[in-house]
Design a protein around this ligand. Sequence first.
Ligand SMILES: *[C@@H]1O[C@H](CO)[C@@H](O)[C@H](O)[C@H]1NC(C)=O
Length: 195
Amino acid sequence: MQSKSTLSSDKSSYIWAITTGLLSSSCCIIQLVLNLFSISCAGFSILTPYRPIFLSFTTILILYTISKYGINSKRTLVTLLISLSLSSSPEIVSLYNQGRITTSSFSSERPLTKEIEIFIVQINGISCEGCANRIKTQFDSKPFVIDSKVYFNNQSAIVSVIPGNYKSIDIETWVKMVDFKYEAKVIQQYIENKY
Ligand SMILES: *[C@@H]1O[C@H](CO)[C@@H](O)[C@H](O)[C@H]1NC(C)=O
């Protein structure tokens, strides 16, 4: 039988690198998983202000793992891969929420309209990118929504729809339906010629 203490101290540096990576992005990765189960935006956002601290720990632990196992070991590479992708997940989800990464060629599937109606919505209470993503998913699930962008940074969203289908109150209600704690207000609404 292997000694348990040797085993755990052996593992600890990369396990911790992954753990701090996960913590630094908990309101993102953990929340995205919770989103799948329709669990509303949980309290992980309290960890968001500590993100720089977790990120520094992650960096230190990665460097430690490299120095201990060498850059070429499988263990180091796996640690690097997992902890870096965890740590950078809020940025990646942010790009997705802002419509800068698309998962499919929506534009070719959606009906080509000459005009689109734009709603600019102020949404107070978004606590992280994982929660912002939940709101975007709600917008995108509506049949006449062409595109939506949710900005965690300035607590707002831009929703593009096929004109004449929705009123401001509809948009505001959708946000309330995601979570009652959100204060949504359409601050601008206009028709734009796309082509
Ligand atoms: C929020 O920021 C984005 C760019 O980051 C901008 O396009 C959008 O208009 C801003 N929203 C508001 C309400 O200022």
